[in-house]
Ligand binder design. Structure first.
Ligand code: PSU
Ligand code: MN
Length: 290
C-alpha cells in the first residue's frame, strides 16, 4: 500500500502571506496532515532542484528570502537551468506532485481567468487551469478568489473536462465567501465519495485532475458584499499600474489583505488549514483500497 501523502504549494508561502504568518501557516498545514495520519510534502525548488518534501530549513528559507521566483509551469526550465530557488504555484506543484506519484494536493485558492479591465484589455488566464486539464492530481481548494471572473473560470474548466466537486456544498465557493452563487458539477459529502469519482475518472482513462472545492469555515467567512469593494479597488489599481503576467495575482492578494486587514488574513489561514485536513482525509481514503 502506498503511504498516504499530501502535496502543498509554496507560492502561498513566499508570495501569498506576510512573514511570520506564512511560516506558521506552512508548519500548521504540515502538522494537521501528520495528525490525520498522512505525510505532508511541501513542494518547491531549491538551487534548481524540484523537491516534494522540503525540510523545515528549506521552508523557512522560502518564507523569508527576498525575491524568490514565483514558479509556474513555464518557469520550471528556467529555475532548473539556472539553479535558482523557486516557490511553486498550483500548476507547478501539480506537475511535480504527479512526477513523484502524489495524488492529493491541498491549497487555498487556484488561479483562474482574470476579470476584464474597464479598458477591455485581453484576458489573463492562469496556467493552473490548463494544468488541471492535463495533470492527474486531486486539488483541494476553497474555490477561487472573486478577484477573478468566476463564471469564465468555471466555463474554462468545463471546456477542458475538469470535474468540479463541491465538498459539502452545491455552490462553487469564492475563497473568502462560502458561495459564489455559481453551481459545482457534483456535491460530495465524504472522502469516500470523492475517491469513487477519482477512481472512476482514472479507470475511464480520462486525463487531468479533479478540483475539490471546500467552503471557508463558517466562523471565518467574509460575506461577498463586505469583500467586493476591496476587490474592485485592487483590480482597478492593478489596471492603473499596467501590471502584467505573474505580477497580477500577488499584487491583488497583497492589496486586498491591506484593504481588509486582519479579517482577510484570518479567513485565509482558516481555509488553508481546513483544506489540509480534508486533503489528508481523501489521501487516507485513497490509501485504503489502493
Ligand atoms: N490565489 C490565492 N492565493 C494564492 C494564489 C492564488 O488566493 O497564493 C497563488 C497560487 O500559487 C496560484 C497562483 O497557483 O497564485 C496563480 O498565479 P497566476 O494567476 O499568476 O497563475
Ligand atoms: Mn496570469
Amino acid at each position: 500500500m502506498q503511504m498516504p501523502e499530501v502535496a502543498l504549494e509554496s507560492t502561498v508561502i513566499s508570495h501569498g502571506l506576510p512573514y511570520p504568518r506564512n511560516l506558521q501557516l506552512a508548519q500548521a498545514m504540515e502538522a494537521i496532515i501528520h495528525s490525520q495520519g498522512a505525510t505532508p510534502r511541501t513542494v518547491g525548488v531549491i538551487a534548481g532542484e524540484f523537491i516534494a518534501g522540503l525540510n523545515p530549513a528549506q521552508i523557512e528559507h522560502l518564507a523569508t528570502a527576498p525575491n524568490v521566483r514565483k514558479v509556474s509551469r513555464r518557469d520550471l526550465p528556467i529555475v532548473a537551468a539556472r539553479k535558482e530557488d523557486g516557490a511553486t504555484t498550483v500548476a507547478a506543484t501539480m506537475w511535480i506532485a504527479q512526477r513523484v506519484g502524489i495524488e492529493v494536493f491541498a491549497t487555498g485558492g487556484i488561479g483562474g481567468i482574470h476579470r476584464q479591465t474597464s479598458a477591455g484589455t485581453s484576458s489573463d488566464v492562469s496556467a493552473d487551469l490548463q494544468e488541471l486539464a492535463q495533470t492527474a492530481v486531486i486539488v483541494v481548494c476553497a474555490g477561487a478568489k472573486a478577484i477573478l471572473d468566476l463564471p469564465a473560470t468555471l466555463e474554462y474548466l468545463e471546456t477542458h473536462g475538469v470535474t468540479v466537486i463541491g465538498y459539502g456544498t452545491d455552490d462553487f465557493p469564492a475563497f473568502y465567501s462560502r458561495s459564489s452563487g455559481l453551481l459545482v458539477d457534483v456535491r460530495c459529502d465524504s472522502p469516500a465519495e470523492v475517491a469513487a469519482i477519482w477512481r472512476a475518472k482514472r479507470a475511464l482513462g480520462l486525463p487531468g485532475g479533479l478540483l475539490v472545492t471546500v467552503p471557508v469555515p463558517l466562523d471565518d467567512e467574509i460575506p461577498a458584499n463586505d469583500i467586493e469593494p476591496a476587490i474592485e479597488q485592487a483590480v482597478a489599481e492593478a489596471a492603473a499600474r499596467g501590471l502584467r503576467s505573474a505580477e497580477v495575482t500577488p499584487f491583488l492578494l497583497t492589496r486586498i489583505a491591506e484593504l481588509t486587514g486582519e479579517r482577510s488574513l484570518r479567513a485565509n489561514l482558516a481555509l488553508l488549514k481546513n483544506n489540509a485536513r480534508v486533503a489528508a482525509e481523501i489521501a487516507l481514503e485513497l490509501g485504503v483500497l489502493s
